[in-house]
Design a protein around this ligand. Structure first.
Ligand code: PAF
Length: 283
């Protein structure tokens, strides 16, 4: 595995590989790799000749009061994990390689960025994501890029960018990977102390309760949300949001008829966590 720090070098390597007809898969990450990331890497490895993992803690997607400074960083560990999965290139640029002096462009997606995490954290979060992901696509020019479904709204934002800007890349969303007790894997889980770690299991239990009510035939959004709310209340969790939205457009859903995204975000101990289930229209 090569660790590359400059745009020019990663471009050269990928360009040369593409001349030989090589397919390229990109897994964009902010490091602190866990099984969720590794599942994306494995998928990329299955489907592509050349696998590039980017490791870049993107400052523009963090708000002023968020955890940019504290975000877990351990490049040596990430490099070992990536190498063990057969990654070919770890692209780990410094901040000024991605955002040199005078950098002045922001990709802003309207609509799907304005609700859920966009309302709770601010749309600047998705501006930062859309901008850095568009740059990574321009730098690496992957055939396929892999994202985790845990960040369901991020997936929709990236798909919107690709569609609207006619970018020649296929976006593959991979299933959420969970701990044995159901907690969705996240780099931010390291912020949880023992009590918060236990409390955090209520997020998926709440989504499970709501999904079960939907599977039992309930279609009224409020009734479905109520099942989740009861579990969160019981665990003493006051969510930033707990909402049902159309799985494609993120329009609010009062009655679940088609596929719906049931999404939750909450501060648990020192971590702000997100999780979601898709309620299938045909369930
Ligand atoms: O999901 C993440 O880790 C980040 O938002 C991403 C896609 C790597 C962009 O910085």
């Amino acid at each position: 595995m090569r660790i590359i720090r400059t745009i020019a070098e990663v471009r050269d390597v990928v360009r040369e590989a593409k001349h030989r007809g090589t397919s390229v898969g990109l897994v964009p990450t902010m490091g602190a790799l866990h099984e969720g990331h590794l599942s994306l890497v494995r998928r990329a490895r299955e489907q592509n000749d050349l696998v590039v993992v980017s490791l870049f803690v993107n400052p523009t997607q963090f708000g002023a009061n968020e955890d940019l400074g504290a975000y877990p960083r351990d490049e040596a560990r990430d490099a070992c994990l990536a190498e063990a999965e057969g990654v070919d290139i770890l692209f780990a640029p410094p901040v000024d390689e991605i955002y040199p002096d005078g950098f002045a462009t922001t990709i802003h997606v309207a609509g799907v960025t304005e609700v859920l995490d966009g309302a709770s954290r601010g749309t600047h979060h998705f501006d930062g994501v859309a901008t850095v992901v568009t740059k990574l696509f321009g730098i690496v020019r992957p055939d396929v890029a892999y994202f985790g479904q845990k960040d369901a709204q991020q997936v929709l934002v990236v798909r919107r960018v690709v569609r609207d800007l006619d970018l020649d890349v296929r976006i593959e969303a991979c299933p959420i990977v969970r701990e044995a007790d159901g907690l969705a894997m996240s780099s931010r889980n390291v912020y949880l102390d023992v009590a918060a770690r236990e409390q955090a299991t209520a997020l998926n239990r709440a989504l499970d309760a709501a999904s079960a009510r939907h599977r039992a035939g309930e279609r009224e959004g409020e009734q479905i949300l109520e099942a989740a709310r009861a579990v969160l209340d019981d665990a003493g969790i006051h969510p930033d949001y707990l909402e049902l939205r159309d799985a494609e457009t993120l329009a609010p859903v009062a009655r679940v008829e088609g596929d719906a995204l049931l999404a939750v975000a909450a501060r648990v101990g020192a971590a702000r966590l997100i999780d979601n289930h898709i309620l299938r229209g045909d369930a």
